[in-house]
Design a protein around this ligand. Structure first.
Ligand SMILES: [Zn+2]
Length: 409
């Protein structure tokens, strides 16, 4: 029968892709793996077999990876429509971590009831599957749509996107049009009611205070770096919270956050005064500010503190991403998304901003309307990571609704 794809047929397609895809260990070189080439080649075969009219690669060179490449694939289903909805999934996965915590083999698809377990099943196998399932539906139901369906598969999401989205947007800048829409299915919640339209900027820095180590009974012969480090840490904490206190109700929480987090171990025994102290901050910064402003203040505070106390200190940036302008919650894309979710699934959503962490910020920085959304139980990076197959089917219907090809399974 022409033009038919049943719910069962779509679920079987999802299972078969997972069965072949999850054993391919697409761990990036920064996480000790060989990269994403094999997984990309497998998925490119599927993309081509589904009948995408345009399919291109924008690979980045990386001698550490297998084949010397970090692949990025861009495909459009029809290839000739003025507007495209791009569904962006990432190929790389994080390592499984402590294998004793898993009840399933990490690099194998284990199907139990409606779930598929394995590393990369949710993060971001679910995002990859959504684009493929929407295309399979268009192909097998012989549908037409108002908006084109695009699939983007990128490398290096887990370790900074230099070889992934950032590379793609620099060498293939024109490929994603300013009027196109981008969906990043790489975060969400269990009923699909979280529509993310904004992310905070991220600044991670470390501060090292160098004193003089001595015996615990003769502190006057040394300089206690731990005490000075603690004072300095609280000074930075108070200063940043006091100065960068803007509120933006789009975000949850509605303020910038500045958290002292990691502290490096100092001396192993109680009766030694530590000569070195190292602490870290994780800052999530509202779009009202830049990471340079915050960092500049931290550097001044540290310099002044060290001068007053006669010690040496060092500030080092561990990671930084400036906040991108949010996607307007009243934009055509955001409104269409909320309407489609209500119509297709009866879910009501409120667009929100979060603490940061997806590739959406790079698209937004280029002025492209971008939302982050999927329906998932948030098991990414955990042992026993899983995806629910009915969520993928249901989210596929939402994507088809968004591009104006209404289908129900
Ligand atoms: Zn992810």
């Amino acid at each position: 029968m022409v033009g038919s794809l049943s719910r069962g047929g779509l679920e079987e397609f999802i299972r078969s892709v997972y069965r072949d895809m999850l054993p391919i260990r697409a761990v990036g070189p920064d996480n000790g793996g060989e990269g994403e080439l094999e997984k990309c080649e497998y998925l490119e075969g599927i993309v081509r077999s589904l009948g995408f009219k345009r399919c291109e690669r924008y690979d980045a060179g990386d001698p550490r990876a297998r084949g010397g490449l970090r692949p990025n694939l861009v495909a459009r289903f029809y290839g000739d429509k003025p507007k495209t909805l791009w569904v962006v999934g990432h190929l790389d996965v994080v390592p499984p971590g402590d294998s004793s915590l898993w009840h399933h083999e990490p690099f194998k698809a284990s199907f139990i009831d409606e779930k598929v377990y394995g590393r990369g099943s949710e993060d971001d196998g679910q995002g990859i599957l959504l684009g493929l399932c929407a295309a399979k539906s268009l192909a097998e139901r012989e549908l037409d749509s108002e908006v084109d369906l695009g699939v983007v598969l990128v490398s290096d999401e887990e370790t900074g996107s230099v070889y992934g989205v950032r590379h793609l947007l620099s060498v293939g800048r024109g490929v994603i049009g300013d009027d196109d829409w981008v969906l990043v299915p790489d975060a969400g919640n269990s009923d699909g009611s979280l529509l993310e339209v904004a992310e905070k900027g991220v600044l991670w820095f470390r501060v090292q205070v160098l004193g003089v180590q001595t015996h615990g009974s003769t502190p006057e012969k040394g300089v206690n770096a731990h005490r000075l480090g603690s004072k300095l840490m609280l000074l930075i904490d108070d200063y940043l919270h006091g100065k960068y206190n803007a509120r933006n109700e789009l975000f949850e929480p509605p303020t910038s956050t500045f958290e002292p987090t990691k502290r490096e171990p100092n001396v192993p025994n109680v009766n030694t005064v530590p000569g070195s102290d190292t602490f870290y901050f994780d800052c999530r910064i509202l779009p009202n500010y830049t990471t340079s402003q915050v960092l500049g203040d931290v550097e001044r505070l540290v310099e002044d503190f060290c001068g007053r106390n006669g010690v040496r200190c060092r500030v080092e940036v561990v990671s930084r991403e400036d906040p991108s302008p949010p996607t307007d919650p009243n934009s055509e894309f955001a409104k269409r998304f909320t309407e489609t979710l209500r119509r297709v699934r009866g879910t009501s959503v409120k667009p929100k901003g979060i603490g940061g962490g997806t590739v959406a910020k790079y698209f937004r920085a280029n002025g492209i309307p971008t939302v982050v959304w999927m329906t998932c139980d948030e098991t990414a990076h955990q042992p026993d990571e899983y995806a629910k197959i009915p969520n993928i089917v249901s989210d596929t219907q939402v994507i088809l609704g968004l591009i104006g090809a209404n289908v129900s399974f």
